[in-house]
Write a protein that binds this ligand. Structure first.
Ligand SMILES: [Cu+2]
Length: 118
């Protein structure tokens, strides 16, 4: 009985070690939709070194303008447009994004990308 318990403990420990050692997926794909008048996601998480592949789609009837000031990124989205952006961060941090169409930021069209240590 004691032997079996030890064996189970060992298996659990091994599973934990494997989970800690397994590399994270290299790409995190996020489908970000602009609806009128909000983003479908306001919190995106990625690790340092991982590729963040953003597929941004305007599903509303208004124009939208995806902007990350910190990275000098601005992507105009007319209704029905789909744009793709690939980002890889070298340092942890919190990067804000928003819609730059007048009034949209005030209406809450903003979010953050949180970059964590691997
Ligand atoms: Cu907008």
């Amino acid at each position: 009985m004691i032997r079996r318990t030890t064996h189970i403990a060992f298996v659990i420990l091994l599973a934990g070690l494997l989970a800690a050692c397994l590399p994270q997926p290299e790409t995190v794909t996020v489908q970000l939709e602009a609806e009128d008048i909000k983003w479908s996601q306001t919190e995106i998480e990625v690790e340092v070194g991982q590729e963040l592949f953003l597929i941004i789609e305007n599903k509303g009837v208004l124009d939208h303008d995806f902007v990350i000031d910190a990275l000098d990124i601005e992507v105009r989205l007319l209704p029905g447009d789909v744009q793709e952006i690939s980002l890889t961060f070298e340092e942890p941090g919190v990067i804000e994004f928003h819609c730059a169409v007048p009034g949209h930021l005030d209406a809450g069209m903003q979010g953050v990308i949180t970059v964590t240590e691997p």
